[in-house]
Design a protein around this ligand. Structure first.
Ligand code: AHQ
Length: 251
């Protein structure tokens, strides 16, 4: 008879954190980035493709709100939309993370139009992000909250960029790093809220705890597939002897 007792709250949290071994900080693209191995064009390609993920965040958070009848949860969760869209009030993060990402684009040498037009976003990158949006639209809001918990591991990757880019990519204008600096505090606040909800809601049975791990794995796969797509798009993977076809709508 397999042990079906629910894990303690501490064990459950530890098992969620253990999934960090599959976080996209270990993806070859992010390892190459951390080692300073990407060209300016490849960094621009990463920023332009990741922009689609950034503008998807408030869309998926609004989907969570639209599925949730709990006013208390909504009052806390809605801050995430202001974090990205900006609230206009400078003391609430000013113009928000999407504008900060456009500034990151400028800092790596992209025009606003090259970023916001989405013309540099690969179909596979879009599909990975759309899978996340659709999950959050279609699944119960508690499952969508659980899927945001890849942010348990996000402060590490943001800190890594803040520390390594000035040395590895000295040509990146320093003001472009503001997005990552903002996320250090915002991610920690997000995680506190998302983790409490997840440990409470999925902690009721071993089966639900296992479901939470499955959901977190889905989101880890979204981020990994996004990095795969960006690496294929940006790192000129050449097959020896193969004919290089360049999409005519992206030249
Ligand atoms: O900039 C990121 C962000 O705002 C969020 C929100 C959160 C979510 O709700 O899914 N996840 C997330 C992430 C952001 N940045 C990614 C990165 O590598 O820069 C990491 C990503 C995450 O860990 O889920």
């Amino acid at each position: 008879m397999s042990d079906n007792k629910p894990w303690s709250r501490e064990e459950f949290e530890a098992n969620l954190r253990e999934k960090g071994r599959g976080y996209h900080i270990y993806h070859p693209l992010h390892v190459l980035m951390y080692e300073g191995k990407l060209s300016q064009k490849q960094m621009q390609c990463w920023v332009a493709n990741r922009y689609y993920y950034q503008i998807a965040i408030p869309i998926k958070d609004a989907a969570i709100l639209s599925n949730c009848w709990d006013r208390e949860l909504r009052r806390g969760w809605i801050q995430r939309i202001f974090d990205h869209d900006g609230s206009g009030h400078i003391n609430e993060g000013g113009e928000g993370g999407i504008e900060a990402w456009i500034q990151l684009g400028a800092a790596v040498g992209l025009t606003r139009e090259e970023v916001t037009s989405l013309k540099l976003v690969s179909p596979a990158a879009k599909f990975a992000v759309d899978a996340y949006i659709n999950f959050c639209r279609q699944r119960p809001w508690q499952e969508a909250v659980c899927s945001s918990l890849t942010e348990l591991f996000a402060p590490h990757i943001h800190q890594q960029r803040i520390e390594s880019w000035p040395d590895k990519y000295p040509w990146v204008k320093p003001e472009g790093m503001q997005y990552f600096k903002n996320r250090l505090t915002q991610a920690r606040r997000d995680v506190k809220q998302g983790l409490d909800i997840t440990l409470d809601y999925f902690g009721k049975s071993r089966e639900m705890q296992e479901r939470a791990l499955e959901i977190l794995q889905f989101k880890l796969d979204v981020l990994w597939a996004l990095a795969d797509a960006i690496m294929l798009q940006c790192c000129d993977v050449k097959i020896e002897g193969g004919t290089q076809y360049v999409r005519q709508d992206q030249v």
